[in-house]
Ligand binder design. Structure first.
Ligand code: AMP
Ligand code: GLY
Length: 431
């Protein structure tokens, strides 16, 4: 195919978007990479919010951009449908295909219909019926708000009491607003988790390297869930046997099933997988229709191919499965430096030092929640502040490099928090 040289517009402002833009800027087909709204680490930021679809489409038209959407909310609200109506190239799923992520009950019914392995479930909009159901179960349960809740609408319960309390939280106290008025009650699965993400053109799957993220705030995967505290690629759990099963039992029927529903998936398709390690069987915990954050960061570090070529192919001519993406053999690790207090209350506006003190081969600092002040200094501007990444001959070596960089970065004594066990749970690092 003839590839067009184009400007690129990235919608979103986190570490995922910074990493995508960093990779895409290296393409021989990229002219300029704009970010809406970007952060303190990205350049060519434009002052348009991800929900201002009309302004975004006007900008994309004027600057002849190929648009890539990072976060889920604009996708769920139909940004792709609008751009497509206006004949603007955009990489992401339509609102209809985004239901796989924006409605957990849609996703569960879809999996059941297509025999995609997932845990048993029931859906409820009536609290009394939901509670009766919980009281009738002997297995441990997971309670999920049906709609989008920024990754926080899932309660994994050890006891029946916890499950009943989660129902009250969602259906009575409205903790997640409308998203929690319908709930899914599903059986709890046990095993080890990994993320499997692919580029898709509606029918062909182009798998990315496997990865794993650590969602819990504390070391050893303890404490409440966050947006993600660290990640690495590849995920050693996904050996070639499991890889084959995930493609055949999960990815292929997902893409085929959505196409048969008249909602082909064009964009990133991400399956959150729980592997029953004894039986080597993958189960789908959730779908996302976008790149994971922070999985994107270590995946981009390892990608050798020109990503923009593949996104243009997915958008126009179609992907060619005989031309897989190429990867560095090295492993990559990402540690999130967060503001103290995250995922609860935290402060913003702290001046970050040490960002330039360790420029080294194979280390990248992608910005998550940062901004620049009038003097061009980088300030903290969110809960997850920086995604510090490195490549290494194995996960351990990459982790050592990441933590040596992390230790040089600061925004005040005792103001930053990071997990010390990303990449190797037996290798604690100084905070
Ligand atoms: P989700 O937003 O659906 O990915 O859920 C967030 C996290 O909750 C997952 O990454 C898992 O750690 C956990 N989770 C979700 N569903 C289940 C399940 N059926 N069994 C065990 N853990 C689950
Ligand atoms: N890291 C999990 C997510 O992006 O949903």
């Amino acid at each position: 195919m003839y590839f067009n040289k184009k400007n690129i517009l990235i919608v979103g402002s986190g570490g995922r978007e910074h990493a995508l833009g960093w990779k895409l800027a290296q393409s021989k087909y990229a002219i300029n990479v704009y970010y809406a709204e970007g952060n303190g680490g990205t350049f060519s930021n434009i002052n348009i919010k991800p929900d201002e679809f009309q302004r975004l489409s006007l900008f994309a038209k004027e600057h002849e951009c190929f648009t890539i959407v990072g976060p889920e909310i604009p996708l769920a609200n139909g940004i792709v449908d609008l751009f497509t109506e206006e004949n603007l190239p955009i990489f992401g799923p339509t609102k209809g295909a985004a239901l796989l992520e924006s409605s957990k009950s849609y996703a569960k019914h879809f999996m059941k219909e297509n025999q995609i392995p997932t845990s048993n479930f029931s859906t409820f909009s009536d609290i009394e019926k939901a509670k009766d159901h919980v009281l009738g179960q002997t297995n441990q349960l997971v309670i999920k708000a049906d709609g989008l809740a920024a990754g926080k609408g899932v309660v994994v319960c050890d006891t029946q009491d916890e499950a009943l309390a989660a129902l009250d939280l969602m259906m009575v106290e409205n903790k997640f607003g409308l998203a929690g008025h319908n709930v899914i009650i599903e059986e709890r699965l046990f095993g080890e988790e990994a993320s499997f993400i692919a580029i898709c053109d509606g029918k062909t799957i182009m798998p990315l390297a496997s990865s794993k993220d650590h969602k819990r705030i504390l070391d050893n995967d303890q404490g409440p869930n966050t947006g993600g505290m660290g990640s690495y690629s590849p995920a050693p759990l996904i050996d070639s046997e499991l890889y084959g099963k995930i493609i055949k039992d999960v990815m292929e029927p997902t893409v085929r099933g959505m196409s048969m529903r008249g909602q082909p998936i064009k964009g990133f398709i991400y399956a959150g997988i729980m592997v029953d390690t004894a039986r080597k069987q993958p189960y789908v915990l959730e779908y996302n229709v976008r790149m994971g954050d922070p999985e994107c960061q270590p995946i981009m570090m390892r990608l050798k191919s020109d990503l923009f070529e593949y996104l243009q192919l997915a958008d126009e001519e179609g992907l060619d499965s005989s031309q897989p993406l190429e990867w560095q053999n090295e492993a990559s690790v990402c540690v999130i430096m967060a503001a103290k207090g995250y995922p609860g209350k935290y402060e913003k506006g702290k001046w970050i030092t040490g960002l330039n003190s360790h420029i080294d081969h194979g280390i990248m600092i992608f910005h998550s929640g940062t901004k620049r002040d009038e003097q061009n200094r980088v300030l903290t501007n969110g809960g997850r502040v920086l995604s510090v990444c490195a490549l290494g001959s194995d996960t351990m070596e990459a982790a050592v490099k990441v933590y040596s960089a992390v230790e040089k970065i600061s925004w005040g004594s005792n103001e930053q928090y990071f997990r010390t066990d990303i990449g190797n749970a037996t290798f604690p690092h100084q905070k």
